[in-house]
Design a protein around this ligand. Structure first.
Ligand code: MLT
Length: 334
């Protein structure tokens, strides 16, 4: 009896080992072939805005490294939180990623009472993009010729300065709200599904102004379609030498940029995450390529800040920081 029992136990043990070996070989094989079909990057804003433009720019080069297309899925709504929730619930198979940023992955928990995801618990950081400062631009026929003029106009016309943004918690909303609160003025926020359509209405004169990232702002300024008043970087941008910073004008010490990153749904296979990370880090070593981003005043970061681990740590600290900012400045959902 005893002999039979140990034989059964041994047989079970051998088959379990066999199963594990088979499974890990399958997994290894799957990962070796990874990616073996197109990958989706969810951009939670309408096409044509800075997030969409930056994502497409980077996706194009990363896709070439990976040998598979990266398809941009624009899923706008609620300042980017709709798209973020979609990825938090997506299959963690290495074929769906979120293009995240400061708003819906940093400030959102402080602004939205019911958020359908946790920026820290529901995602793994994959890599961080370079940061993008913003420019406040007004419609060409607005009476304000500089920032002091706009603040003066807003003080005399409370709620009559219409500032467009990409939804509550978007960078364009956050920065506008912080500047208005610091200047002691009340403006009317006009939300859109992305900064793309929001900027089009500044150019058309339907609204008065917007804070937009430099990669989409600079071409419109260059063509004279809007008037830049200030930039959010600490020092003036080489591309806009005559445009003062908020730091040197109405908000000494102020500096802000939109930070971005690629996130995977929590539990995505490490081998898949590493393959995408390595492709991106290779692209970021290509000076010809990163030089194009610098031309758009996109701020390159020290290489160690590009890793997934650095992005996850940054996300965690940003969620804490924005809670304090929201409490201090009364940032709210409007
Ligand atoms: C924002 O936060 O304002 C976004 O960057 C808007 C966008 O990219 O469309």
């Amino acid at each position: 009896m005893k002999h039979t029992f140990s034989l059964v136990r041994r047989t079970l043990l051998v088959s379990a080992v066999g199963l594990i070996a088979f499974a890990s070989t399958r997994l290894a094989m799957a990962q070796e072939a990874y990616p073996n079909k197109p990958i989706t990057w969810v951009v939670p804003f309408a096409a044509g805005g800075p997030t969409d433009a930056l994502a497409r720019h980077i996706a194009d080069r990363v896709a070439r490294e990976l040998g598979q297309p990266i398809v941009i899925d624009n899923s706008p709504g609620a300042g980017g939180t709709v798209g973020a929730a979609k990825v938090a619930k997506a299959k963690n198979d290495g074929y769906t990623f979120l293009v995240g940023h400061m708003g819906y992955m940093g400030a959102a928990p402080a602004l939205y009472k019911k958020l359908a995801y946790d920026p820290v618990k529901d995602f793994d950081g994959v890599f961080r993009f370079p940061d993008t400062p913003l420019v406040l631009m007004v419609r060409n026929n607005h009476p304000a010729k500089d920032m002091a003029g706009l603040i003066d106009y807003a003080k005399k016309n409370p709620d009559k300065v219409f500032i467009s943004n990409a939804g509550v918690g978007s960078s364009s909303h956050l920065i506008a709200a912080l500047v208005a609160s610091s200047a002691g003025v009340k403006v009317t926020m006009v939300p859109y599904k992305g900064a793309g359509p929001a900027l089009i209405d500044v150019i058309g004169g339907q609204v008065d102004g917007i804070f937009d990232q430099t990669n989409t702002a600079l071409p419109q300024i260059k063509e004279g379609k809007v008037r830049p008043l200030v930039v959010t970087s600490k020092v003036r941008l080489p591309q806009l030498k005559d445009v003062p910073t908020l730091n040197e004008t109405v908000m000494p010490g102020f500096e802000a940029s939109t930070w971005y990153g690629i996130y995977a749904p929590k539990g995505t296979p490490k081998a898949a995450v590493e393959k995408v990370q390595n492709a991106y880090l290779k692209v970021m070593k290509d000076k010809a390529y990163t030089g194009k981003m610098a031309e758009q005043a996109i701020q390159m970061l020290p290489p160690e800040q590009y890793t997934g681990e650095a992005l996850s740590k940054h996300t965690e600290s940003e969620v804490v920081r924005w809670r304090a900012v929201a409490a201090r400045s009364g940032l709210s959902l409007d």
